[in-house]
Ligand binder design. Structure first.
Ligand code: VGL
Ligand code: ZN
Length: 200
């Protein structure tokens, strides 16, 4: 069984959003077209409380892009984004949502970030996505979304490690590219781990 997993297609990651990714909105038509080809469509949402400690605004004397220690892990500080219940956390308005069977939420614990759709960054707590896919007899995961060099990358690596066949559809992804080359390095890292890098 195949599943389509749509990663974080939320307003804040699209142009005009608080953590806008270049051309982030351009993947929305691709997501809409792809959904017709899958019997099981799943989506994730980055879903932070306002006091989340990945936000620079919640640290004194820190700015966006600084790195701090959070629950024993290096944490990049981001602008406030995808705050629970806000417009920025909603799906992009053009995303078709009728066929999305279930949404998995991540980044809800203020003390730890969660780039992966399966686990928090310390691998302490599951979001339930891996278990859900197993229960649905899914063996092949087709993934796309935002951002290539963060949530897509860590989700693909975790899914592969959990034993799934994972294809990432690159034309359906866009990256933050904090450093030039981050997207290319993310692709290489996924490929080296056995993730299939494809286009739709
Ligand atoms: C993401 C940075 C912070 C992502 C989420 O969805 O890739 N990136 N939170
Ligand atoms: Zn986030």
């Amino acid at each position: 069984m195949k599943a389509l997993v749509l990663i974080d297609l939320q307003n804040d990651f699209c142009p005009g959003g608080n953590l806008a990714i270049h051309e982030g909105d351009q993947v929305i038509p691709i997501a809409n077209r792809l959904q017709q080809k899958f019997d099981l469509v799943i989506a994730t949402k980055d879903w932070h409380p306002q006091d989340h400690l990945s936000f620079a605004s919640n640290h004194a004397d820190r700015k966006i892009g600084d790195v701090v220690m959070l629950s024993g892990l290096e944490q990049i500080l981001w602008p406030d984004h995808c705050v629970q219940g806000t417009h920025g956390a909603e799906f992009h308005p053009e995303l078709q949502t009728e066929r999305i069977k279930i949404i998995f939420y991540k980044g809800t614990d203020k003390f730890i970030d969660s780039y992966s759709a399966l686990y928090d960054n310390a691998h302490l707590r599951s979001t339930g996505l891996g278990e859900y896919l197993q229960a649905q007899q899914v063996n092949e995961i087709y993934m796309m979304g935002l951002a290539t060099d963060y949530c897509v990358k860590y989700s693909a690596l975790d899914a592969k490690k959990a034993g799934f066949d994972v294809c990432v559809m690159m034309d359906g992804c866009r990256g933050v590219e904090l450093q030039k080359g981050d997207v290319e390095r993310a692709i290489e890292e996924m490929r080296a781990a056995g993730v299939k890098i494809v286009t739709t």
